[in-house]
Design a protein around this ligand. Sequence first.
Ligand SMILES: NC(=O)c1ccc[n+]([C@@H]2O[C@H](COP(=O)([O-])OP(=O)(O)OC[C@H]3O[C@@H](n4cnc5c(N)ncnc54)[C@H](O)[C@@H]3O)[C@@H](O)[C@H]2O)c1
Length: 508
Amino acid sequence: MSTTDSRRKASKQTVSRRRFLENSMFAAAAAGSTALGMRSQIAYSAEKSGANGKLGVCVVGIGGRGWGSHCQEWLKDPRTEIRYLCDPDSTKEKQCDVVAERQNGVRPKFVTDMRYAFDDAAVDVVSNASSNHWHALCGIWAMQAGKDCYLEKPICHNVHEGQALVAAALKYHKCCQVGTQCRSNQSNIEANKFIRSGGIGTVKFARGLCYRRRKSIGPRGEYQVPKEVDYQLWSGPAPLAPLTRPRFHYDWHWQRLYGNGDLGNQGPHQTDIARWHLGIDQFPNSVITYGGRLGYDVEMHDPNFVDAGDTGNIETTIFDYGDKAIVFETYGLETAPLRGAKVGVIVHGTKGYLVQSSYDYSAAFDLEGNKIKEFSGGGNHFGNFLDAVIAGDPSQLHADAHCGHLSAGMSHVGNISYYLGENNKVSVEQLREQVQKIKSLDDNGATLDRIVEKTRKYGVDLERTPFSIGPLLKMDPKTETFMNHDQANAMLTREYRAPFVVLGPADV
Ligand SMILES: NC(=O)c1ccc[n+]([C@@H]2O[C@H](COP(=O)([O-])OP(=O)(O)OC[C@H]3O[C@@H](n4cnc5c(N)ncnc54)[C@H](O)[C@@H]3O)[C@@H](O)[C@H]2O)c1
């Protein structure tokens, strides 16, 4: 099915949140309270929902990030009160007691279905740290219900969803902050000013790095969904598929139905910084990815071992922006840092280079490698979101939906090239021949040789388990579509499972 067809199909399906309200026992109460989108134009400085003047927060997804960061940030900020915790895993309800203790006895309600919370006028802000495949639909439903939203990166699971979120934020005039918190850190803000003022000369090329050790998630098989999880809700827009990974939570990152691999997990932090520092505000002119999911058979001492993940753990993605370029390297096996960075960004200029080696530290060097300036300091990304919400001014956001869409979009188009080519296994020699032909500001051959060398050193037999290479996909950055490639265009969206349908930008 073409992209247009599947979008048309999606738009024909009734907005599921409205249907949900009509069908639910809450419908009568809801009809008078929410009036979908009607409250959306009013600045929250004049419209805080609670009697205590605080912004009511609903945290969606009480996992590692949702509990460890989102809940803790809202509990710390005197401007907010957590009024709902939402998770289809009912074991998370116990966290309500902890919140109550920290909120002087004010206990949030617990719901497994976010739509109940979105229909409550006591909720002003939705804070989402669910699995990636739910981010966009949650944000769109929240904004349709008149809430502002903080959505984790990647802001969307595919390009279509990013476009829909951008449209919804504009239509409902809501603050939609994406959780790329590096944007609020002083170190990156100052480094960006330095680069913009010519501190390392003219910048045209950046390399993003995700050298994060990712162990195997265990053998692919058929596993039992934990009985406490409402799997129908957890699956949401994705198909109701058998569980094929041993650990239910977190490891979905490495299964493409729900996650986006490390290119779409860690990637959106670094692709975002790279884009920001190079001043790129659009989709690339072309993209290509080569790599594989390799090394786990070596670690398991079993040549037949099949890991449950289906995203790449070693990937190199080359983004061409005409006169600028970005290369993103995902490397999930043990590896040494590159220019002092493992998870970071290296920006190359005509007079030097800058290395962002942690979220709150960057250093600039001259061409001889002498350090010329350091940038350090964190920030408060959640606080920036609240400032914008209270001012009723989305333009104050450090990372709005558009920003999140472009940075997540890089991961999505990179993954499309990878998925399209994953069966196109090639020898190292063939791969070198192919990458050397690709227009790039990088030395493509040298990058490949570096990756091949460390992968072989790890014990991976690249003759037996070779890398694959995807097609070089040309894009029209204006329409955010691929040129002359129906299969790739179809992958800009997904088949949604009603009623969890992300409508097109014109219909949100
Ligand atoms: N900004 C950052 O630095 C940062 C750091 C870590 C994670 N994250 C992001 O946070 C998100 C969550 O990651 P995690 O590591 O906490 O994963 P996790 O699997 O530990 O937690 C996800 C939680 O969301 C819940 N969930 C799934 N569908 C839901 C739904 N429909 N409604 C409510 N809850 C739902 C799951 O049951 C689970 O409890 C990911 O998107 C990840 O990319 C961001």
